[in-house]
Design a protein around this ligand. Structure first.
Ligand SMILES: [Zn+2]
Length: 218
Protein backbone atom coordinates (compact mmCIF):
# COMPACT_ATOMS: atom_id res chain seq x y z
CA UNK A 1 0.00 0.00 0.00
CA UNK A 2 2.76 2.40 0.93
CA UNK A 3 4.82 1.55 -2.12
CA UNK A 4 1.81 1.89 -4.36
CA UNK A 5 1.00 5.19 -2.68
CA UNK A 6 4.49 6.48 -3.37
CA UNK A 7 4.25 5.52 -7.00
CA UNK A 8 0.87 7.12 -7.35
CA UNK A 9 2.08 10.26 -5.60
CA UNK A 10 4.91 10.68 -8.09
CA UNK A 11 2.44 10.16 -10.93
CA UNK A 12 0.03 12.66 -9.47
CA UNK A 13 2.67 15.31 -9.06
CA UNK A 14 3.79 14.89 -12.64
CA UNK A 15 0.17 15.00 -13.78
CA UNK A 16 -0.67 18.14 -11.88
CA UNK A 17 2.07 20.22 -13.43
CA UNK A 18 4.69 20.42 -10.71
CA UNK A 19 7.95 22.15 -11.44
CA UNK A 20 11.45 21.24 -10.45
CA UNK A 21 12.87 23.85 -8.08
CA UNK A 22 16.24 25.13 -9.20
CA UNK A 23 18.55 25.84 -6.31
CA UNK A 24 22.08 24.76 -5.51
CA UNK A 25 22.08 21.02 -4.91
CA UNK A 26 19.62 18.56 -6.34
CA UNK A 27 16.30 20.04 -7.34
CA UNK A 28 13.25 18.70 -5.57
CA UNK A 29 9.74 19.03 -6.94
CA UNK A 30 7.37 21.38 -5.28
CA UNK A 31 3.60 20.99 -5.17
CA UNK A 32 1.97 23.81 -3.16
CA UNK A 33 3.52 23.48 0.30
CA UNK A 34 4.90 19.96 -0.24
CA UNK A 35 8.34 19.26 -1.69
CA UNK A 36 9.16 15.78 -2.95
CA UNK A 37 12.22 13.81 -3.89
CA UNK A 38 12.28 10.35 -5.35
CA UNK A 39 14.73 8.27 -7.30
CA UNK A 40 12.00 8.19 -9.98
CA UNK A 41 12.70 11.88 -10.69
CA UNK A 42 16.31 11.07 -11.61
CA UNK A 43 15.48 8.40 -14.19
CA UNK A 44 15.35 9.35 -17.85
CA UNK A 45 13.04 6.50 -18.73
CA UNK A 46 10.14 5.75 -16.34
CA UNK A 47 10.38 2.00 -17.11
CA UNK A 48 13.99 1.85 -16.03
CA UNK A 49 14.78 -0.26 -12.93
CA UNK A 50 17.61 0.56 -10.57
CA UNK A 51 19.66 -2.59 -10.26
CA UNK A 52 22.12 -1.39 -7.67
CA UNK A 53 24.00 -3.09 -4.90
CA UNK A 54 23.86 -1.94 -1.28
CA UNK A 55 26.72 0.59 -1.07
CA UNK A 56 25.46 2.57 -4.06
CA UNK A 57 21.89 2.62 -2.71
CA UNK A 58 23.11 3.65 0.72
CA UNK A 59 25.10 6.52 -0.77
CA UNK A 60 22.01 7.73 -2.63
CA UNK A 61 19.90 7.65 0.55
CA UNK A 62 22.53 9.81 2.26
CA UNK A 63 22.47 12.24 -0.68
CA UNK A 64 18.67 12.49 -0.53
CA UNK A 65 19.00 13.84 3.01
CA UNK A 66 22.06 16.06 2.60
CA UNK A 67 22.32 17.08 -1.09
CA UNK A 68 18.72 17.97 -1.99
CA UNK A 69 17.92 21.71 -1.83
CA UNK A 70 15.08 21.16 0.64
CA UNK A 71 14.96 24.75 1.85
CA UNK A 72 13.12 25.45 5.11
CA UNK A 73 11.06 22.41 6.15
CA UNK A 74 8.62 21.91 9.00
CA UNK A 75 8.72 18.13 8.61
CA UNK A 76 10.67 15.65 6.52
CA UNK A 77 8.75 12.42 5.97
CA UNK A 78 10.63 9.39 4.63
CA UNK A 79 8.33 6.69 3.25
CA UNK A 80 10.07 3.31 3.32
CA UNK A 81 8.84 -0.12 2.26
CA UNK A 82 8.54 -2.69 5.07
CA UNK A 83 11.82 -4.20 6.12
CA UNK A 84 14.80 -3.99 8.41
CA UNK A 85 17.50 -4.10 5.74
CA UNK A 86 20.55 -2.12 4.73
CA UNK A 87 18.41 0.68 3.27
CA UNK A 88 16.54 1.18 6.52
CA UNK A 89 19.82 1.33 8.45
CA UNK A 90 21.23 3.78 5.90
CA UNK A 91 18.14 5.97 6.32
CA UNK A 92 18.39 6.03 10.12
CA UNK A 93 22.14 6.75 9.90
CA UNK A 94 21.61 9.59 7.43
CA UNK A 95 18.95 11.20 9.63
CA UNK A 96 20.71 10.72 12.96
CA UNK A 97 22.63 14.06 12.83
CA UNK A 98 19.23 15.81 12.56
CA UNK A 99 17.73 14.04 15.64
CA UNK A 100 14.74 12.40 13.92
CA UNK A 101 11.48 12.62 15.87
CA UNK A 102 10.68 8.96 15.40
CA UNK A 103 9.04 6.27 13.33
CA UNK A 104 5.40 5.92 12.39
CA UNK A 105 4.78 2.22 11.95
CA UNK A 106 2.02 1.14 9.55
CA UNK A 107 0.52 -2.33 9.52
CA UNK A 108 -2.45 -4.04 7.92
CA UNK A 109 -4.72 -5.98 10.27
CA UNK A 110 -3.67 -9.54 9.34
CA UNK A 111 -1.31 -11.61 11.45
CA UNK A 112 1.31 -11.92 8.66
CA UNK A 113 1.73 -8.17 8.35
CA UNK A 114 1.66 -7.73 12.11
CA UNK A 115 4.55 -10.23 12.26
CA UNK A 116 6.60 -8.08 9.83
CA UNK A 117 5.84 -4.99 11.84
CA UNK A 118 6.96 -6.62 15.10
CA UNK A 119 10.39 -6.90 13.48
CA UNK A 120 10.20 -3.21 12.55
CA UNK A 121 9.55 -2.35 16.18
CA UNK A 122 12.59 -4.39 17.23
CA UNK A 123 14.60 -2.57 14.57
CA UNK A 124 13.52 0.80 15.98
CA UNK A 125 14.48 -0.26 19.50
CA UNK A 126 17.91 -1.51 18.39
CA UNK A 127 18.67 1.62 16.37
CA UNK A 128 17.42 3.97 19.10
CA UNK A 129 14.57 5.36 16.98
CA UNK A 130 11.53 6.40 19.03
CA UNK A 131 8.23 4.90 17.85
CA UNK A 132 5.63 7.66 17.49
CA UNK A 133 2.92 5.04 17.18
CA UNK A 134 1.25 2.28 15.18
CA UNK A 135 -1.37 2.87 12.46
CA UNK A 136 -3.62 0.09 11.13
CA UNK A 137 -4.17 0.54 7.40
CA UNK A 138 -6.79 -1.20 5.19
CA UNK A 139 -8.85 -1.61 8.32
CA UNK A 140 -12.27 -2.58 6.99
CA UNK A 141 -14.23 -1.25 4.03
CA UNK A 142 -17.03 1.23 4.56
CA UNK A 143 -19.69 0.61 1.89
CA UNK A 144 -20.36 3.87 0.04
CA UNK A 145 -24.05 2.85 -0.36
CA UNK A 146 -25.11 1.89 3.14
CA UNK A 147 -22.06 2.98 5.23
CA UNK A 148 -21.77 -0.46 6.79
CA UNK A 149 -18.17 -1.44 7.59
CA UNK A 150 -16.98 -4.88 6.42
CA UNK A 151 -13.71 -6.17 7.88
CA UNK A 152 -12.24 -7.50 4.64
CA UNK A 153 -9.15 -8.66 6.47
CA UNK A 154 -9.31 -9.35 10.17
CA UNK A 155 -9.41 -6.47 12.60
CA UNK A 156 -7.60 -5.19 15.65
CA UNK A 157 -4.09 -6.48 14.85
CA UNK A 158 -2.60 -3.00 14.93
CA UNK A 159 -4.04 -2.10 18.30
CA UNK A 160 -3.01 -5.43 19.79
CA UNK A 161 0.51 -4.95 18.47
CA UNK A 162 0.78 -1.44 19.91
CA UNK A 163 -0.42 -2.67 23.31
CA UNK A 164 2.07 -5.53 23.26
CA UNK A 165 4.93 -3.23 22.27
CA UNK A 166 3.89 -0.52 24.76
CA UNK A 167 3.68 2.18 22.07
CA UNK A 168 0.70 4.45 21.21
CA UNK A 169 -1.98 3.16 18.86
CA UNK A 170 -2.86 6.11 16.61
CA UNK A 171 -5.88 4.78 14.73
CA UNK A 172 -7.29 2.67 11.88
CA UNK A 173 -7.65 3.82 8.28
CA UNK A 174 -10.40 2.02 6.30
CA UNK A 175 -9.97 0.95 2.66
CA UNK A 176 -11.30 3.83 0.65
CA UNK A 177 -11.79 3.82 -3.14
CA UNK A 178 -11.94 7.63 -3.08
CA UNK A 179 -8.46 7.82 -1.52
CA UNK A 180 -7.04 5.38 -4.09
CA UNK A 181 -8.80 7.27 -6.89
CA UNK A 182 -7.51 10.65 -5.78
CA UNK A 183 -3.92 9.29 -5.67
CA UNK A 184 -4.25 7.81 -9.16
CA UNK A 185 -5.73 10.99 -10.60
CA UNK A 186 -3.61 13.47 -8.67
CA UNK A 187 -6.59 15.06 -6.93
CA UNK A 188 -6.55 16.78 -3.57
CA UNK A 189 -8.16 14.14 -1.34
CA UNK A 190 -8.92 16.43 1.59
CA UNK A 191 -10.47 19.14 -0.57
CA UNK A 192 -12.38 16.89 -2.97
CA UNK A 193 -13.61 14.15 -0.59
CA UNK A 194 -14.19 15.72 2.83
CA UNK A 195 -16.99 13.19 3.51
CA UNK A 196 -14.83 10.15 2.74
CA UNK A 197 -14.61 7.47 5.44
CA UNK A 198 -10.80 7.65 5.49
CA UNK A 199 -10.70 11.41 6.05
CA UNK A 200 -11.64 11.58 9.76
CA UNK A 201 -9.28 8.65 10.45
CA UNK A 202 -6.33 10.32 8.68
CA UNK A 203 -7.12 13.70 10.25
CA UNK A 204 -7.20 12.29 13.77
CA UNK A 205 -3.93 10.35 13.24
CA UNK A 206 -2.23 13.48 11.88
CA UNK A 207 -3.41 15.49 14.90
CA UNK A 208 -2.01 12.88 17.30
CA UNK A 209 1.36 12.84 15.52
CA UNK A 210 1.55 16.65 15.38
CA UNK A 211 0.74 16.94 19.08
CA UNK A 212 3.67 14.62 19.86
CA UNK A 213 5.98 16.31 17.37
CA UNK A 214 5.38 20.04 17.04
CA UNK A 215 7.37 21.60 14.20
CA UNK A 216 10.67 22.93 15.48
CA UNK A 217 10.58 26.23 13.68
CA UNK A 218 13.64 28.39 13.95
ZN1 LIG B 1 -23.72 -1.42 1.41
Amino acid sequence: MRTAGGRALRGSVAASGSRAVRRPGWGRRQEQSISLMSVGFLLENPDEALVWRGPKKNALIKQFVSDVAWGQLDYLVVDTPPGTSDEHMATVDALRPYSPLGALVVTTPQAVSVGDVRRELTFCRKTGLQVLGVVENMSGFVCPHCAECTNVFSRGGGEELATLAGVPFLGSVPLDPELCGSLEEGRDFIRDFPKSSAFPALFSIAQKVLSQAPARLS
